[in-house]
Write a protein that binds this ligand. Structure first.
Ligand code: FAD
Length: 473
């Protein structure tokens, strides 16, 4: 494609988040002089808004740029829920071997300028919240030991990493979304999209590479699943997590959000092969409708300072295993399509009291509701008949337990928006994250290998070694 001749590399890495950056770092340590290029759809470090508002891509990706929490405890690669899994799904790194890799990542962060101390346990406020949650029969998810890097530390680390990669000869391209990928005899041919390329075929950039790592992060997951599938790599969908996003008075949820802005509360329903959990809490935030997975789904946006609303929103999702999705939770995966048909181009909103009474919410009742919807475009209507009964039982049980920690959360005026949905995939790989296609690797949050900075970094180290091994072969 395009008039410019193809550029040739040994390895191309898509995504300059922790996974992509650490993969390049490890590749160049293993194979000094390898011709490597990192491409990212977002901006270079200096062009990024330092406080990251509304911008989740670019050099540094989402994690180390936007959040400074460095969790150094146990995890597995890939991330697999403790539920029934698709046939053949298995962990490639865990236990002591994983811990050893986190130490490597931590040592690298130190060398690059991180100096925040390690905290073994949460602060008193979180510890008390965990105890109260346990009394209410809820698991309060925290991740310790951890370090909390200041914004200055994070920028320093990212800059030092950039300098080391540059000194090792790694090339960078920003504002360059990878669009098309094709297999060749020697590897892969890639097409880089740019603003100019969209306007003119002549400026579309073609790149040939022997090895390719796709590390596009959580927000690139849909793209990754599509291109990997088109190339013929194995991609296995996990059962979608489905549910509603709720909106409650900010003051009512404050006992939880004052100690942790995104408290994650959950219950494992072992007999039903599922977990029910709160997800992506936004204190003072708003509910928006976003296009995801070919559907319109409810999402939360945090707002700061004077922009904050009187409401707090969080999702209540059921994550079933493969068996649970086929049995107790059957139909949950179809809720989003049903609700999108019911209200084309809009979310559906229902008062909790109406959901419990099995009647649609009318516009007049919504207008008189004590909690004003932050998503004014949402259509008042019915959610109660769009989900399996088992969902509502799990939802009401979770909400009643949360009510014990934050009274005022489960009133009749609480608003429910649907649909809410999160999807995850399993990519079969070898222990160095090579997919079922030779020379094609996946790492980071996009393919579900990680959830967090350190875990993404560990996948980067593995993939970097995989790339080096492939080039040596
Ligand atoms: C607001 C926020 C705060 C967070 N805070 C923390 C925290 O404190 N601690 C923690 O452990 N985790 C945190 N996380 C999670 C963390 O961001 C991720 O786990 C981590 O960033 C995953 O790294 P990654 O390399 O897989 O992907 P990302 O960091 O998401 O990087 C992927 C990159 O790929 C690029 N990309 C995507 N598609 C394409 C394409 N087609 N072509 C070219 N480039 C593409 C994107 O622009 C992006 O720069 C936070 C996440 C968010 C959104």
């Amino acid at each position: 494609m395009g008039g410019t001749p193809a550029m040739r590399y040994d390895a191309v890495i898509v995504g300059s988040g922790m996974a992509g950056l650490l993969a390049a770092h490890r590749l160049l340590r293993e194979r000094p002089g390898a011709a490597a290029l990192i491409v990212d759809a977002g901006p270079a470090l200096d062009a990024r808004n330092r406080y990251g508002t509304g911008e989740w891509g670019g050099y540094g990706g989402a994690g180390l740029f936007l959040g400074g929490r460095v969790y150094l405890g146990a995890a597995t690669i890939p991330v697999l829920p403790p539920l029934s899994l698709p046939a053949g799904a298995h962990v490639v790194l865990e236990g002591k071997a994983y811990a050893e890799r986190t130490r490597e990542v931590n040592a690298l962060l130190d060398r690059l300028g991180a100096h925040a101390p390690l905290r073994d346990t949460p602060n008193e406020g979180v510890t008390q919240a965990m105890e109260r949650a346990a009394e209410a029969g809820l698991e309060y998810v925290t991740s310790y030991p951890a370090r909390f890097l200041s914004i200055e530390e994070r920028m320093g680390v990212l800059r030092a990493l950039h300098d080391e990669l540059g000194a090792a000869g790694v090339g960078f391209r920003f504002g360059a979304p990878m669009t098309a990928i094709a297999r060749t005899v020697e590897g892969y041919r890639l097409t880089l999209g740019t603003a100019e390329a969209a306007a003119s075929e002549d400026t579309a950039q073609s790149i040939e590479t022997r090895a390719l790592l796709l590390a596009p992060g959580r927000y690139g997951a849909e793209w990754l699943v599509r291109v990997a599938g088109e190339l013929g790599a194995g991609v296995v969908p996990l059962a979608p997590a489905f549910g509603v996003r709720i909106e409650v008075p900010r003051a009512a949820y404050a006992p939880l959000t004052d100690v942790n802005p995104d408290p994650r509360l959950q219950r494992t329903l072992e007999d039903a092969d599922a977990m029910v959990k709160t997800y992506a809490t936004c204190p003072g935030g708003i509910v928006t409708a976003v296009e995801r997975y070919g559907r319109l789904v409810a999402s939360g946006v945090p707002l700061m300072g004077e922009e904050r609303t009187p409401n707090t929103t969080f999702a209540v999702l059921v994550q079933p295993g493969v068996r649970g999705a086929a049995e107790r939770w059957r139909g949950g995966e179809a809720s989003a399509a049903l609700l999108n048909e019911r209200a084309p181009g809009r979310l559906v909103v229902q008062r909790l009291a109406d959901m419990q009474a099995g009647r649609a919410t009318m516009a007049a009742a919504l207008a008189a509701n004590s909690i004003a919807p932050t998503n004014r475009a949402a259509q008042p209507g019915a959610l109660h008949d769009a989900y399996p009964d088992a969902y509502w039982r799990a939802f009401e049980d979770l909400l009643a337990r949360i009510e014990r920690l934050a009274p005022g959360v489960a009133t009749g005026d609480t608003l429910l928006y649907g649909p809410a949905e999160e999807r995850f995939w399993y990519f079969p790989t070898d222990e160095r994250l090579q997919t079922t296609l030779p020379g094609l690797f996946v790492a980071g949050d996009g393919p579900g290998q990680s959830q967090g900075i350190v875990q993404a970094a560990v996948t980067g180290l593995l993939a970097g070694e995989g790339l080096a091994r492939h080039l040596a072969g």
